[in-house]
Design a protein around this ligand. Structure first.
Ligand code: C5P
Length: 224
């Protein structure tokens, strides 16, 4: 039997990636965290395409796409993000990346650049992909679609703890402001905005543990 394609979209810090990773492990699927791709491009831009004003020069970034090779490499049981052969999995989690990524992700050129690669990764099935536009644009024919949401307070707490566990100094206010601003930019952009697919199952996990959310998703995956 062909393995399923599962799309998990939703707001920032609703646990999409960590939940998808565990479900992938349980069901023998490949997990693709598409946010890491946008973060990888942002990392490249901040390191290579700054204008004299200290801001990212988008035109320069678009001209240099051919210098960007993003890859997920399997290391232990995880897929780790590499940019041009360098492991950037920790670097892409900084506040600086989080504060710039939504601008980068709102560019049509960037989304076009990443579109085919994402579809190609899901072609053979057996994939759980998380992001913002997976159920609506990247994989509209996914077998199962979920849309995760949670209160801003709960999401702030989760992201703050995640960043601290990675060794980053930050405070809850900075984290909260960033979540709110990213959700706004992601929802309002013209190209592939963050939006629930019509046929997606909505899960508000404000009062759920990670395991409860996982169990709820698994309960919907009927033909396993
Ligand atoms: O999932 P994560 O929080 O790492 O995503 C970082 C950013 O990448 C999001 O805020 C959004 O701007 C962008 N993104 C996107 N489409 C996706 C995945 C992420 O626009 N499918």
């Amino acid at each position: 039997m062909r393995k399923p394609v599962i799309a998990i979209d939703g707001y920032s810090s609703t646990g999409k990636s960590s939940i998808s990773k565990i479900i992938a492990h349980k069901l023998g699927l490949v997990h693709l965290d598409t946010g890491a791709l946008y973060r990888g491009i942002t990392y490249f831009a901040l390191n290579n395409c700054l204008g004299e004003d200290g801001k990212i020069n988008l035109e320069e970034l678009f001209m240099r796409f051919n210098e960007i090779q993003l890859e997920f490499k399997p290391i232990d049981t995880e897929l780790v993000m590499f940019l041009n052969g360098q492991d950037i999995s920790t670097e892409i989690r900084t506040n600086e990346i989080s504060q710039n990524v939504s601008l980068i992700a709102s560019q049509k050129e960037v989304r076009d650049f990443l579109l085919d690669a994402q579809r190609e990764m899901a072609k053979k099935g057996g994939v759980i992909m998380d992001g913002r536009d997976i159920g609506t644009v990247i994989l509209p024919k996914a077998d199962f679609k979920f849309f995760l949401t949670a209160s801003v307070e709960e999401r702030t707490k989760r992201r703050f703890l995640e960043l601290r566990s990675l060794g980053f100094e930050t405070d809850e206010n900075t984290v909260r402001e960033n979540l709110i601003s990213r959700d706004k930019t992601d929802s309002e952009r013209a190209v592939a905005p963050l939006k629930k697919a019509e046929d997606a199952i909505v899960i508000d996990n404000s009062n759920f543990t990670k395991n409860q959310t996982i169990d709820l998703i698994l309960s919907h995956l009927t033909y396993f």
